[in-house]
Design a protein around this ligand. Structure first.
Ligand code: HEM
Length: 280
C-alpha cells in the first residue's frame, strides 16, 4: 500500500526497552513510516509506562491487558453508536452486521482476561498491587461505563424499530423459529434480537471471567469461605477498600434486562408451568 512502507533513514528510532543490552531484543518504533503515522501507532505506544518506571516484571503486561480491553470497548461503543443509527433508519441488515462486530469484539475482551488468568500468578499480582496507585478501581473504567450507557440508547432504538414494524416481543420470538411464518422485516428484527442477546452474553461472560479472576487473585470465592468469613467482615477488599460482594452483584447485571425477561416469559409459556407450581 503506497505510503505505508519505509521511513526516514536519518531519523533516530525510539526503543521501548532502552536498557536492553542485546540490540536484537530492542523494540524499535517511531521510524517515521506511513504505517506508524496512519494508525497513530507512535502515539499509542507512547502511552506505555516507560521501562524505567515499571514497578514489576508483570507491570507492562498488566497495563497492556487493560489498554487492549479499553480499546476494544471503544470499538464496541463505536459500533453501538452505528447500530443505534442503523435501527433508527430501519436498516436491520446493517444492524445485524454491526451486532456481529459488537459481539466478536466483546469476545476479545474475554480472551484478554483469559490470557491474564492463565499467566499472571497470584503472588506476582499481589506484589505488584502493593505498588500500584492506591485508589485505582475498575469501576472508573470509561469503556465499561460508556458501553453500558450506550446500551440504553440501543435498546430504545430497538424497541421503536419493533414498534414501527408492528412487532410485539412475542412476534419476534416466533420469528426465530425454524418454521416461522414471519414477514422478512420481522424475521430480520428477530435476528437483531438474537444478535443483541449474543452481544449481552459476551459482556456477561466478561463479568463472570473477571469475577473468577478476582477470586483467584484476592480470594473470597463465596462457596469456599470458611466459617470465620461468614457475614463478610473478613472477605477480600478492592483497592478502594470495598468488599468484592459488590462485584458478585454486578457480575449478573445484563445490558438488556428486558431481553432476558422475555426468555423467562417464553420458557413459562412453552413449558406451561403455572407460577404457583414453579414456586413450590
Ligand atoms: C489481576 C486482575 C484483576 C483484579 C484482581 C481486578 C480486581 C477488581 C476488583 C476488586 C474490582 C471491584 C472494584 C471496586 O470495588 O473498587 C474490579 C472491578 C472492575 N475491573 Fe477489575 N481486576 C482485574 C483485572 C481487570 C482487567 C484486565 C480489566 C479490564 C479493563 C478490569 C476492569 C474492571 C472493571 C470494568 C470493573 C468494574 C466492574 C464491572 O463493570 O463489572 N479488571 N476489578
Amino acid at each position: 500500500m503506497a505510503g505505508w512502507e519505509g521511513g526516514d533513514g536519518d531519523r533516530e528510532v525510539r526503543t521501548l526497552n532502552p536498557s536492553q543490552t542485546n540490540p536484537r531484543l530492542r523494540y524499535e518504533f517511531d521510524r517515521g513510516s506511513g504505517y506508524e503515522t496512519e494508525i497513530r501507532l507512535t502515539t499509542a505506544l507512547s502511552a506505555l509506562i516507560p521501562e524505567d518506571e515499571l514497578l514489576h516484571s508483570d507491570h507492562r503486561f498488566f497495563q497492556i491487558v487493560h489498554l487492549l480491553t479499553e480499546y476494544c470497548w471503544v470499538a464496541v461503543h463505536h459500533c453501538l453508536c452505528d447500530l443505534t443509527e442503523a435501527l433508527d433508519r430501519g436498516d436491520t441488515i446493517a444492524a445485524g452486521r454491526l451486532l456481529v462486530r459488537c459481539a466478536d469484539t466483546a469476545a476479545l475482551t474475554v480472551e484478554c482476561l483469559r490470557v491474564m488468568a492463565n499467566s499472571l500468578s497470584q503472588v506476582s499480582f499481589l506484589r505488584m498491587r502493593d505498588n500500584l496507585a492506591g485508589a485505582a478501581s475498575g469501576l472508573a473504567s470509561p469503556g465499561s461505563r460508556n458501553v453500558r450507557r450506550a446500551a440504553h440508547a440501543v435498546w430504545a432504538a430497538f424497541e421503536s424499530a419493533a414498534a414501527d414494524a408492528g412487532a410485539t416481543p412475542a412476534d419476534l420470538v416466533e420469528g426465530t423459529a425454524p418454521d416461522t411464518a414471519a414477514t422478512p422485516r420481522i424475521a430480520q428484527l428477530a435476528d437483531v434480537m438474537v444478535g443483541l442477546q449474543r452481544f449481552d452474553t459476551q459482556v456477561l461472560e466478561w463479568k463472570q471471567v473477571h469475577l473468577n479472576l478476582v477470586w483467584q487473585m484476592l480470594g473470597g470465592q463465596p462457596r469456599a469461605a470458611d466459617e470465620e468469613d461468614e457475614g463478610a467482615p473478613g472477605r477480600p477488599r478492592s483497592m478502594r477498600g470495598r468488599s468484592i460482594s459488590d462485584l458478585e452483584r454486578l457480575a449478573v447485571r445484563p445490558l438488556f434486562p428486558k431481553l432476558w425477561l422475555q426468555n423467562t416469559a417464553v420458557y413459562r409459556a412453552m413449558s406451561a408451568v403455572a407460577p404457583e407450581e414453579e414456586a413450590a
